[in-house]
Structure formats: structure tokens, C-alpha cells
Design a protein around this ligand. Structure first.
Ligand SMILES: [Fe+2]
Ligand SMILES: [Fe+2]
Length: 194
């Protein structure tokens, strides 16, 4: 895969719905990679997945869900259901991160996490993104895509050579610590109070 297909901030999609659907496909591929890997590679593949999920879910929470609340019919209910799903997945992600890839339950937990994250992604596509596409203009969706990419560029999942020093590494520590830092960075960039 070439870089623009696998690095969230470099994806070519200009419509936020296309962009998020592309990221969901990438997340599915990253689960495959963790499942196929063994030994130290499994831990590395899992860390890549954790970083991707931290950035993707936080960017959705800060940029896409608030917009959906305002624009969708029954937007609050749609978004509250999605946040509850994200919360469930995050709890398991925290447990797995703490136990580590050597834990005897790792593969069982990974299967549960995969089912939960992918069911959540399907629900977003079906209940949130379809309406988002119908109820927003192309200009709004392009602006959201630009905001999402800018947010994801602040926390690069694959730091580029020579850029590491310019971008603070937000993606270290536990999944919740990563998400908190990405959230702060997005809010600062958008001029909101933490
Ligand atoms: Fe999500
Ligand atoms: Fe998503």
C-alpha cells in the first residue's frame, strides 16, 4: 500500500464521509495485521492500531459528532449511541493495553475488540454518515475533511523523517492518555478551551 492510503492525514479523500469510510477500511486492515503477526511484531502492530484508533475516534468526537448533533434529525440520539459504542471499545482497549500482547486472553480480547470497533464503524456509516451526506453541503463536508486531516496531522501515526522534532509526539502512553493529548491539541487549534 502506498503511503497516502495508510497515513490518515495524507489520505486523498476530500469529502469527510469518504475520508472516514476509508479510515474504517484501514482500521479493518490493521486488525488483520495484528491477528497475523506473532512475537514482537504483534505488539508493534497492536500499538499501530491503538494509535490509529486514538486519532480517528478523537478526531470524530471533536469535529464530526458535534456537527452531526446539530445537523441530523435526532442528532443527539444518533451521536449519544455512537459515543456509548466508542466508550465500550475504549474500556477494552485500555484493559488490553495494560495486560499487553503476551497476555493469554489477548487474542480473545482482540476478537471482541474487533467486533465492537467494526460494528461501531458500521453504525456510524449507516446512522450518522448517510444522514450527514444528505443534510450537509459539499463545502461543509470538505471543510470537515480539512479539519480532520489537520487534526490528524498534529498527531501523526507514522511520523515522517525530519518532522518528528517539529511535531510533539502525542501518541505515547496509554490509549486514554493519547486521546486526551490529541483532544487538547485539536481544541487548542480550534481555539476552544480545554
Ligand atoms: Fe467512531
Ligand atoms: Fe469512525
Amino acid at each position: 500500500m502506498t503511503e497516502h492510503r495508510t497515513v490518515p492525514e495524507l489520505m486523498e479523500e476530500n469529502d469527510v464521509v469518504d475520508l472516514l469510510i476509508r479510515q474504517h477500511a484501514l482500521i479493518r486492515d490493521m486488525f488483520d495485521e495484528v491477528e497475523k503477526a506473532s512475537g514482537a511484531e504483534r505488539g508493534e502492530a497492536f500499538q499501530r492500531l491503538v494509535r490509529m484508533l486514538a486519532v480517528h475516534e478523537t478526531a470524530e468526537e471533536e469535529i464530526v459528532h458535534p456537527y452531526a448533533r446539530r445537523k441530523l434529525e435526532g442528532g443527539d440520539a444518533v451521536v449519544d449511541d455512537r459515543l456509548a459504542e466508542e466508550h465500550e471499545a475504549k474500556k477494552l482497549l485500555m484493559e488490553m493495553d495494560k495486560a499487553g500482547p503476551e497476555d493469554s486472553r489477548f487474542m480473545t480480547n482482540l476478537a471482541v475488540l474487533r467486533a465492537s470497533v467494526l460494528a461501531h464503524a458500521r453504525s456510524e456509516e449507516r446512522y450518522e454518515f448517510t444522514q450527514l451526506r444528505a443534510r450537509t453541503s459539499q463545502t461543509e463536508r470538505r471543510a470537515m475533511a480539512a479539519g480532520l486531516k489537520a487534526a490528524e496531522a498534529m498527531a501523526p501515526t507514522h511520523p515522517h523523517p525530519g518532522v518528528e522534532s517539529a511535531t510533539k509526539n502525542l501518541l505515547i502512553g496509554t490509549p486514554v492518555a493519547m486521546m486526551d493529548r490529541v483532544r487538547d491539541a485539536i481544541r487548542n487549534a480550534m481555539g476552544k478551551d480545554g
